[in-house]
Design a protein around this ligand. Structure first.
Ligand SMILES: Cc1cc2nc3c(=O)[nH]c(=O)nc-3n(C[C@H](O)[C@H](O)[C@H](O)COP(=O)(O)O)c2cc1C
Length: 330
């Protein structure tokens, strides 16, 4: 049976090798704080941040992307860009904002991002990618990661691995899908294994890990660490639960009323962070299906429908109380 262990990336050591991955629109400080409070992963990621946002800040965007909560653990700032000078400057700014690690996004497959020549498009030109990683390497002494999707041929993937390592990356996060694949296609663990076998720096495996069985499968690739992204949403305790289960330690999954309280806490923190309850309620609509996983299917559907029609925080709290039976009777 594969087990968890400590993880070293560059000069940093982490007591566990499970990482909370980046989720645009979700991975804000309130979410990361909740994850830290309930799971203590090695570190969490920010949402992807465009270098231009860091270099030419607008007030709202800047706060959203650069804040680090005093009550959260280590944070990896993920940068998106295609210009070596801008990436260097952005890495320096991120370091000033308290980044513990820096990551270059080379995996985003969203059309808008690819059209800009960023995200997974960076994998189309490996000599340019080498320049970008080298520029980041020169501008920061923080651990430097590169998060990729896999390429289609073995030859390409071996060359990509060499480029990232030669340019100075301290670790690579491999999301085991091709850029054009959606989440219905299962993650290609064999492609992750190829990076593990090729690289001397740590490889973090990513894709479809949501429980003990999928974690064990990912660990069987020989990866040094595992990144979990979507499955922690609405289950901020998940990483802690997996650590306990793999170590044969007792763990109690939170009760349904406690999960309702967590949802309220998440949205209350968002309201405080955004300074706007209605914006927090809009985010609550996206989060509702994840928190509703613990409800029966018909109840979950009704709950999400009611949250979608809800505009006020007080109503939101009452709905959580009713559906999660906290603390009022239904
Ligand atoms: C809504 C959403 C937003 C995402 N945002 C980012 C992002 O900002 N940066 C990034 O590198 N990956 C992003 N991803 C990809 C995830 O980090 C991760 O690689 C992918 O979901 C597979 O891991 P999982 O199965 O554990 O979720 C996003 C995925 C989703 C579904």
């Amino acid at each position: 049976m594969t087990t968890l262990h400590a993880l070293s990336i560059g000069q940093r050591q982490f007591p566990v090798n499970l990482i909370q991955g980046p989720l645009a629109g979700v991975s804000s400080p309130p979410f990361r704080r909740l994850i830290w409070q309930h799971s203590r992963p090695a570190f969490s990621y920010t949402e992807m941040i465009s270098c231009k946002t860091l270099i030419h800040p607008s007030k709202i965007l800047h706060q959203r992307f650069t804040s680090k909560d005093v009550q959260e653990g280590p944070v990896c700032f993920q940068l998106s860009g295609k210009n070596p000078k801008e990436l260097s400057e952005a890495a320096t700014i991120a370091t000033d904002y308290g980044a513990d690690l820096i990551d270059l996004n080379c995996g985003c497959s969203v059309k808008k991002i690819r059209r800009k020549g960023t995200g997974s498009r960076l994998l189309d030109d490996l000599s340019h990618l080498y320049q970008l990683i080298s520029a980041l390497r020169k501008s920061t002494s923080l651990p430097l990661l590169v998060k990729i999707r896999v390429g289609e041929t073995e030859g390409f993937n071996r060359e990509l691995a060499k480029v990232m390592s030669d340019a100075g990356a301290d670790a690579v996060v491999v999301h085991g899908r091709y850029w054009f694949e959606n989440y219905h296609t299962p993650c290609h663990l064999d492609e992750i294994r190829l990076f593990v076998d090729t690289l001397k720096i740590p490889v973090i495996g990513n894709g479809d890990v949501s429980d003990m069985a999928s974690l064990q499968q990912m660990l069987s690739t020989g990866c040094a660490g595992v990144m979990i992204a979507r499955a922690s949403v609405g289950q901020p305790w998940l990483i802690r639960q997996l650590i306990a289960e793999i170590n044969h330690e007792p763990f109690s999954i939170p009760t349904t009323p406690t999960i309702g309280e967590l949802f309220i806490e998440h949205v209350a923190q968002l309201a405080g962070f955004l300074g706007d309850e209605s914006l927090a309620i809009l985010q609550a609509r996206n989060l509702a299906p994840d928190y509703a996983r613990c409800l029966q299917e018909d109840q979950a559907m009704l709950f999400c429908a009611e949250i979608n029609a809800c505009d006020h925080f007080e109503t939101f709290k009452k709905l959580c109380a009713r559906y999660f039976s906290y603390p009022f009777p239904r």
